[in-house]
Design a protein around this ligand. Sequence first.
Ligand code: FAD
Length: 289
Amino acid sequence: MRVIERIREDRVTVSCEMFPPKKESLLDNYKELAVRLAALGPSYLSCTYGAAGGTSDYTVELTDTINRQGIPAIAHLTCVSSTKEKVQTVLAELKARGIENILALRGDIPEHAGFPLPNQYHHAVELIREIKEAGDFCIGGACYPEGHPEAANMEEDLGHLKEKVEAGCEYLTTQMFFDNDIFYNFMFKALKKGIDVPVVPGIMPVTTASQVRRSAALTGSMIPPKFLRIVDCFGDRPEAMKQAGIAYATDQIIDLIANGVRHVHIYSMNRPDVAGAIMDNLSDIFVRG
Ligand code: FAD
């Protein structure tokens, strides 16, 4: 099933995300994880491509495992450290396995010299155009409510975002944010720019003090004083911090839904316990599956 059909449904739904392992020896454990995340009843489940410490080698296989659980699966695909031949190979593999949904990304530019590769990819929009040509995939893209860290300003970033939509992005998923007003403000600006595809807010449950620093450094997301006070108070008590992080993410999601959002993506980071706790908190608010 194309995830855009899910996202457009007029009911409150939640999706989740996982990342692949670093080593093949862990693949079976991660397949088990995919099954456990799917059993929570998300409206779809996505698998990252080489993000969060995983490698890209197992994304297709894990996405296939998710598909087999009977829920729509999204394979992330990045391009900036790939060749065009590699991308075509992955697209052929996705097609062969009947995987219809791709989140098309540039990826972070590797720090060592030589990237972007000559005559290869510079931006996600180039990948989106190639996927569009390669077959009937449902294509999503990334957006940044606080602006992408490399963009000179929001106006420029939104201009490039619009190009991605015009190239064939059917929906967008946001980078994590910890203050919903940032998202509402972004939505106003995006709509004004003529970006009218569905935008799915991505919520990251931060459950350890070290994760707060890592997430902020990695994404440039602003951590509001309210959340910093929570970390100050509970950061050195792991179980209390986990509970507080789940409550904070739940609160963000409830506020989004109260403001008319119908679909929320949880950056569940291979934690069925965390994603499950949030879903339990929302059990009378959203529809599973
Ligand atoms: P782009 O859309 O190419 O934008 C990157 C920058 O270039 C922006 O500043 C933009 O304004 C600018 N730009 C865009 N087009 C042009 C143009 N034509 N000319 C000039 N400038 C331009 N990373 C992974 O490695 N694996 C993953 O699985 C993964 N999943 C993600 C999922 C989501 C929902 C999000 C939000 C991010 C994810 N990332 C992942 C991180 C992502 O790869 C990085 O944030 C990366 O730096 C940008 O990717 P992008 O697709 O947004 O790039």
